[in-house]
Design a protein around this ligand. Sequence first.
Ligand code: HEC
Length: 213
Amino acid sequence: MTNSAYGRSNLSPAPRRAAGRTPSALLAIAPLVMCLAVLPVAAMAQEQPAVPNTMGTAPDGSKTHGGQEASKDDLGKYTLPDGTPTYRIAPDGTMDWFTYSGYRRYHAECHVCHGPDGMGSTYAPALANSLKTLTYEQFMETVVNGKKTIGVGTADQVMPAFGENLNVMCYMDDLYVYLKARADGALDRTRPSKREDKTKEYGANENQCFGRK
Ligand code: HEC
């Protein structure tokens, strides 16, 4: 009886211990398993943020690039969380000053080659299309340094370098947000009507850029 009891107790604890060990072993490695499962997902989420590459409605009801919340500075410029400037159309249709200013600058400096409203011409590409894929940095680089594609069509196409033209350099963010608004479909081809006023700070900045007092 003692033997058999001992024998039984000797036998049974072993499987019980083994059975007990399995869950605790699983618990011990569970955080590791979870990390391994979560890490690639987190990395993917960082590489490809789920911001749509078009116009969207921001939490405050305005229209911005990707519908992201935009913050406004003293100049009247709106920027996205990653620091890129954006157009912003208020719920009542009022456009930000930079987009309106960009519209005017575009038609003064770029229209002659790139066509009205960024629609393109036989000579130069439609920027309302280019800005669907060009980054802010690529846009800046091209406008400052120019671009020349050799051997396209019958004539070489030349995008002049505007790096020393203040009428362009002082309005780079304006041009960018205007063309981005066209690319995102936030602005149609009608002349913009309702707009925010030019701020005092914008005017001061403009004067400084042109070297005026
Ligand atoms: C004298 C004509 C001319 C003027 C003025 C001009 N461009 Fe261009 N631009 C071109 C040509 C031609 C190309 C194509 C160059 C190439 O592909 O090598 C181009 C290309 C570009 C590109 C690159 C487009 C792409 O799809 O890669 C950008 C951005 C651009 N221009 C912006 C501007 C802006 C902004 C202005 C006004 C400040 C302007 N351009 C004024 C002729 C012009």
